[in-house]
Write a new protein. Structure first.
Length: 361
């Protein structure tokens, strides 16, 4: 659903109220609704209908309905129709909706282990990031950390590398002084942007376009799809590759619903989640390249390669501060460092082998 950006905040609130009234009205118990004898599964997310996450969720829906179509019907609500991520998480906790896609920053208040993903320059490469997230046995322990809050992560989605974009050109941290930059609602993300020299503004993602347009903020930090799918490239013309974070989005399910499934049904939902991640990742790289081309050609966005070391230096102490303040992230941090080192060793070995091969020709 496309909405005019200037009207989006008002319409989003109105739609959310209408939808919530509708959910309550058709509920038989605790927000649960049935149509034609089928249990309605509701999924909320913040992205557009063309975003890789939405396409992944369509695959989730297809697999569930192919295998359990006599029992379940899946409805997907994009564009924050049911409210911001924080609001949708609350609805998932209560069972008013069944699933929501949200960034790990939104989960920090429920399980502080998720704070690790807001740590600047945590992963040394995308390969290390993928290896960490695909380590299912380890990540299942992390996913169970929110059980007491009433929900559990089923799978993750690649949300790319986060970079800074603004209405003015940013080439060094000095260029960020005096700017107001939107961040996710995470203490670590706030500290990161402040260390870069800017003021951090933790707004809902759906408010970013209008806030930049009206000069409330000067920019934000996100992946390239925000420029095109969410039209931020219309109001922010400079995109700087600071590459400061790799933060996954998570598909979160109401725990009571998941525990109420039979073993066979749960296995189908888990497989649907796995397939949805596979599909999302297939579309991701393709859409990133398309987004860069559209943003540059049609929107006039300038992409800037910065000296990342200058930005790393500004947040050099932040990792250790986070480890000292939150002991619950230590084990995952050490696990990731092992993967970083392993991937680095593999890369170095491959490069050396390639060099030897080239030297012999």
């Amino acid at each position: 659903m496309k909405m005019m950006k200037t009207l989006k905040p008002i319409l989003s609130v109105s739609l959310c109220v209408i939808m919530l009234l509708g959910l309550a009205g058709c509920s038989s118990s605790g927000g649960t609704a049935f149509t034609g004898g089928k249990r309605i599964i509701r999924i909320s997310h913040a992205q557009s209908e063309t975003h890789p996450e939405h396409l992944g969720l369509l695959a989730f829906k297809e697999y569930i309905e192919e295998n359990l179509g006599d029992k379940y019907e899946v409805e997907i609500y994009p564009n924050e129709i049911l409210g911001s991520a924080s609001k949708a998480i609350e609805l998932t906790q209560t069972g008013a909706i069944d699933f929501v896609v949200a960034g790990t920053a939104n989960l920090e208040t429920f399980a502080d282990v998720y704070e690790i993903f807001s740590m600047p320059y945590l992963f040394t490469s995308e390969e290390a990031y993928f290896a960490t997230m695909q380590d299912t046995d380890y990540m299942e322990q992390v996913y169970a950390s929110t059980d007491e809050a009433g929900f559990r992560v089923l799978t993750w989605y690649n949300a790319g590398t986060r970079n800074v974009y603004a209405t003015t050109k940013i080439e060094t941290p000095d260029d960020m002084k005096g700017l107001k930059i939107r961040v996710q609602q995470s203490p670590a993300s706030i500290s990161l942007v402040q260390a870069f020299g800017a003021a951090a503004s933790p707004l809902s993602f759906g408010e970013v376009y209008t806030a930049i347009q009206q000069g409330v903020i000067n920019g934000a930090e996100n992946n390239e799809l925000a420029l095109t799918n969410n039209k931020h490239g219309e109001v922010a013309k400079y995109y700087s590759y600071t590459k400061h974070q790799m933060i996954p989005d998570m598909l979160i399910g109401n725990l009571k619903f998941l525990e109420g499934l039979s073993d066979d049904e749960l296995a189908i939902f888990q497989e649907a989640a796995r397939i949805s991640t596979e599909v999302e990742m297939e579309y991701w790289d393709e859409q990133i390249e398309e987004a860069k081309e559209i943003a540059e050609t049609d929107m006039g966005v300038e992409f800037i390669d910065v000296n990342i070391d200058l930005f790393k230096a500004k947040v050099a102490d932040l990792q250790e501060e986070m480890l000292e303040d939150n002991e619950n992230i230590r084990d995952l941090y050490d696990h990731i460092q092992t993967i970083n080192e392993s991937i680095g060793t593999e890369t170095a070995t491959t490069s050396a082998e390639a060099s030897d091969t080239e030297g012999g020709n």
